[in-house]
Design a protein around this ligand. Sequence first.
Ligand code: SF4
Ligand code: SF4
Length: 283
Amino acid sequence: MKTIVVISGKGGTGKTVVTGSLAALAKNKVMVDCDVDAADLHLLLHPRIIERHEFRSGHTAAIDGDLCKKCGRCLAVCRFDAIKPDFSVESFSCEGCGLCSLVCPHGAIHMQENVAGEWFVSDTSYGPFVHAKLGIAEENSGKLVAKIRQVAKELGEKNRADYVIVDGPPGIGCPVIASLSGVDCALIVTEPTLSGIHDAQRVIDVAGHFHIPVKLVVNKHDLNHGMTSRIEAFCREQNIPVIGKIAFDKTVVASMVEGKTIVEHVSGAIKEELCKIWEGLKI
Ligand code: SF4
Ligand code: SF4
């Protein structure tokens, strides 16, 4: 079983256009949406949730009003102003450091584990799909990514899948590193703009650091031929195969708005290019 991750140096490059098409083209696979901060692959895959689990991460202080003697020590030591004058905890401000529970002379504060989000195993017409939703203002998205990747791996092994296909988060932060670790290939989707080139270079560096083979697709390549040529020249220098160039097409946007994968609902050159990308990606 091989794992392929689709990533981009930044959001809005059309990564999900490509991932959604791979869901339709690849047979015998498990799909995973690791963009847990802003998950959107479910809008194309229309999952039927069959398992729902809490994701627990971090702690928040909780004050027992019956035990609290209102001495004010906790309020004085909290550097995050998370304890309000009425000795209740503002959970969004609490960093979970636990200092207040140490200084409370009456044992009125305990640290409780946060429910930071949910993760799901779903059935789709494209096969099994593992996805998640991080709670508002919650952290530790890298830990949630690692969790759902592990679930997808186990599901893939159980189903004897050929591929696990991961829709990775944008950027180069912790959840991206968690998405990249141990994969067999990273497909980078970029666009022909200065920031597109810059952000692609950053994520190529991150993948290179982990010795992960990289392939690249230029989305909307015809909007700036000069920039596309610069990307191709850079990839030649770095020995990175450019396995596809997708033209700008309003039908792609319309298809996404309708929640449909491109290869199933757009015909012609775009569909052919996406099929070519899958052929170039197979390992
Ligand atoms: S330190 Fe304990 S007893 Fe004192 S105000 Fe805080 S919670 Fe109440
Ligand atoms: S756990 Fe830390 S951040 Fe949270 S209320 Fe207590 S002292 Fe403040």
